[in-house]
Every structure is written in structure tokens, then in C-alpha cells.
Design a protein around this ligand. Structure first.
Ligand SMILES: Nc1ncnc2c1ncn2[C@@H]1O[C@H](COP(=O)(O)OP(=O)(O)OP(=O)(O)O)[C@@H](O)[C@H]1O
Ligand SMILES: [Mg+2]
Length: 405
């Protein structure tokens, strides 16, 4: 019986049309060929590592990458390592890179074992000292005449433990005079202040080459989202206004991971509903799934006229399926509701005051399209709250206040 149920389920899922060209290209770990707005950082890295190609093993590099959450540190380093090792391969220069996440491999010893296992699957997990492992690594690289670029991602996990491994790895070639330089290191941390925990000699080695990754701006986030949409999602599923909405939601923190999550979840919602397009409401729903930053108490404290104005906005956004609505339209809709409830109608300037208040609460945002166009043509949008959820909350408040809408 189970076999049949599962079989039918899989068949049903297969019949559903997907909105993706290739879902894996939105995966957090996917490394895109193009990384918009990280060309400057890629060039800087290339400049630093150029000697590894022109004069193999004459130098080793120690570079530190800093920058906040989701600014593309990991993906840019991985892409860079792909590019440099491909270039080396074309020139028959033995070079490899290995990416280690120090949050997962929590001790220097585990990291060294992991590196050895990368070169030899059957390498034993126990039985050696750290110094043995370092010597074996050096021997191996010398025998193979190979250069290793070791990426120590989330390095702060090791730094705060004062693990000697960082020092040992940065000095691996220094002990022997005229020895070949076999290991380069790219360390990744979020805050430069983490370095305060390092001893002075390690600090001075790492501090010489620091590349800081700035937070992406709103328009940069838009470009990046577009580049990922192009390779991962079928045409016409995502409109520009959806991309705008997502970047509005994430740009303050500048976290691209969050942006890609929202994009992926909104597409999944559209697929679940068998629709061919992502609508603004799906972005709001996706966002409500990820962060719940809105309190019911706030709504309850707001006066009814203002809530009715908000209700008009919700109605219009629901009807027009756009991410924004014009103030002119809001006024019309609001007047109809007031008439229906036999409430006094507000003047245009009162409406504007109320809208600004709702904006201060963080419920709506108002965008003036152009200075030449008068205020009534300003756009009002609700970025991060699901209309469905908000509307239900409002209806229950109206009911408790005896307003029958
Ligand atoms: N310029 C870009 N182009 C395309 N995708 C990007 C770009 N920058 C970041 N991304 C994507 O955004 C997500 C987050 O990036 P990444 O994991 O590199 O951030 P991070 O700086 O390492 O963050 P954390 O410090 O939290 O680890 C990844 O899925 C990555 O592919
Ligand atoms: Mg990272």
C-alpha cells in the first residue's frame, strides 16, 4: 500500500510544473561563475596571488578577509580559488585549494587531520601529534612539488581558543632556510576586532594583507538577485518589482543569504499554489516565515480611522497584485469604506499625516516617485507583512470595536 501512495505522490509532484530552470543554482552553497560587485575584491586577490603563478613556490601568501554576514566572503574566496587553481593547471603548476570551516572543525588538530585526509582518504584520524601532521603535510607538498591554498573560513572560532595552529600554519615554511613556500592561507573573519585575541607575531603576519568586503547597497543587491534569477528561474516568474521588494527588505542588513532565502521561498509558495508567477504577497509571506517582527499590541494601540486607512491599502494591494498603490487610489478606497461605515471623511492632508504615522510604525513605506509629481502620486507599499495575516488581525480588532466591515 505504502509503495503505491509514495509512487502516486512522486508522480503528482512530477506533473506539477516547476518554476525553476535549475533550483540548485539558488542553493546557498552554489558558486556562480559571475559575482556582480565583487570584481574589485577578485582583482585584489589576483594581484596578491600573482607570484604563485609567475614564480611558483617562491612565496606564500597570508591574506585576511573581513566583512559582515552574507556579504559574499565565502563565495568570492571559493570562486577565486577555483579561478587561480584553473589558471595554475593550464600552466602545469601543481596547486590545490582546500576550504575549511573552522566552526565545524573546531580544533587545530582536527583541521590538520582533515587536510591530510583530503590528500589521502585512508589517512588515520588518530595517532599523531600536531607537529607530526604539520611535518607530514610539508613533506607531502614537497614531494608533490605542490602549493596549497588553505582557506580558514570562520577563523574566529579558532582565534578565540588561542589555538597555535594559526601560528604554526603561517610559519610552516619559515623554519628551513631557502625552503620552498608551500602553504598560503586565506583567513575569513567578520570583525577585525577578533584579531585582538591573537599573539603579536601571528597578528603581524596576518595583518599585512587585509581585504574588507563592504555591505552591498540596495542597487547592488538588485543586480545580484537578477544575476541569480537569470540562471536559476524561468523567464517571467519574477518581475522587477519583486526583486525591488526583496532588496528593500534586506538592504539594511545587507545579507545576501537572506535575500536568496526570500527569493527561493516565494517561488516555492507560488509553486505550491500552482501559479506561474511570484506575487508581492508571496514575498511578504516568505518574510513572515523567516522573521516575525511585528506585534499585535502595536495594531491594537492604533486609532480606528488609521487602521481603516491601512485596511484600504491592504484591499487595494490585494486587488491590484502590485507591490505598491498610489495615494490617490487609497483616498478613494478609504472614502468608500468611511461612507459605508457612516464615518466622517478625512481631508487629503489628514490622510497624509496618518500615512506618515503608519510609516513611522514601520507598517508601510511611502516612496515619492518624482519631485515634480504631486504627493497624490506617491507610492505606498507594505514590504514585510503578509496582507493575509495583517488583514485577519485588523478584522478581529474592528470586530472587537464594534465596526462591522
Ligand atoms: N556578488 C554575489 N553574486 C552572487 N551571489 C552572491 C554574491 N554575494 C553573495 N552571494 C550569495 O549570497 C549568499 C551569502 O554569501 P556568502 O555565504 O559568501 O556570505 P559570507 O560573507 O560568507 O557570510 P557569513 O559571514 O555569514 O558566512 C551565498 O549564497 C552567495 O552565493
Ligand atoms: Mg561565510
Amino acid at each position: 500500500m505504502w509503495e503505491k501512495i509514495i509512487h502516486n505522490y512522486i508522480e503528482d509532484q512530477l506533473k506539477k510544473s516547476t518554476l525553476f530552470i535549475d533550483e540548485s543554482k539558488l542553493d546557498i552553497n552554489y558558486i556562480p561563475e559571475d559575482l556582480p560587485h565583487r570584481d574589485k575584491e577578485l582583482i585584489l586577490l589576483s594581484q596578491l596571488f600573482l607570484l604563485l603563478i609567475t614564480q611558483p613556490n617562491s612565496v606564500s601568501r597570508k591574506v585576511l578577509i573581513t566583512g559582515g554576514i552574507g556579504v559574499g566572503k565565502t563565495v568570492t574566496i571559493k570562486r577565486f580559488c577555483q579561478i587561480i587553481t584553473n589558471t595554475a593547471e593550464k600552466r602545469k603548476i601543481p596547486m590545490e585549494y582546500f576550504h575549511i570551516n573552522c566552526r565545524k572543525e573546531r580544533t587545530g588538530y582536527k583541521i590538520l587531520v582533515k587536510i591530510m585526509k583530503h590528500f589521502n582518504k585512508n589517512f588515520p584520524s588518530r595517532g599523531f601529534s600536531s607537529q607530526d601532521l604539520l611535518d607530514m603535510l610539508n613533506d607531502y607538498l614537497n614531494r608533490q612539488n605542490k602549493h596549497l591554498i588553505l582557506v580558514l573560513d570562520e577563523l574566529s572560532n579558532l582565534i578565540i581558543k588561542n589555538d597555535d595552529i594559526i601560528y604554526a600554519l603561517t610559519r610552516i615554511n619559515d623554519e628551513m632556510l631557502n625552503a620552498s613556500h608551500r602553504v598560503s592561507i586565506i583567513g575569513v573573519i567578520k570583525h577585525i576586532s577578533t584579531l585582538n585575541n591573537l599573539d603579536e607575531s601571528t597578528l603581524s603576519t596576518l595583518q599585512s594583507n587585509i581585504i574588507h568586503f563592504n555591505k552591498y547597497s540596495k542597487s547592488q543587491i538588485i543586480d545580484i538577485l537578477k544575476s541569480r534569477v537569470k540562471i536559476a528561474i524561468k523567464p517571467n516568474v519574477i518581475d522587477d518589482n519583486i526583486i525591488d521588494m526583496i532588496s528593500n527588505l534586506v538592504y539594511k542588513r545587507g545579507d545576501m543569504r537572506n535575500a536568496l532565502d526570500l527569493l527561493w521561498t516565494s517561488i516555492k509558495i507560488a509553486e505550491e499554489r500552482n501559479l506561474k508567477k511570484v506575487s508581492p504577497e508571496f514575498v511578504r509571506l516568505a518574510n513572515n516565515k523567516t522573521i516575525s517582527n511585528f506585534s499585535q499590541d502595536l495594531l491594537i494601540s492604533i486609532e480606528s480611522h488609521k487602521l481603516l486607512l491601512l485596511f484600504s491599502i491592504l484591499n487595494l494591494l490585494e486587488k491590484n497584485k502590485q507591490s505598491y498603490v498610489l495615494i490617490l487610489k487609497i483616498k478613494e478606497e478609504f472614502e468608500q469604506i468611511c461612507e459605508y461605515l457612516k464615518l466622517s471623511i478625512l481631508s487629503y492632508s489628514q490622510i497624509m499625516n496618518y500615512l506618515h504615522e503608519l510609516e513611522k510604525y514601520g507598517i508601510i513605506s511611502i516612496k515619492i516617485k518624482s519631485k515634480n509629481i504631486r504627493g497624490r502620486h506617491a507610492q505606498v507599499s507594505i514590504n514585510d507583512l503578509s496582507l493575509e495575516i495583517l488583514k485577519n488581525k485588523l478584522l478581529s480588532i474592528f470586530e472587537s470595536r464594534g465596526l462591522n466591515i
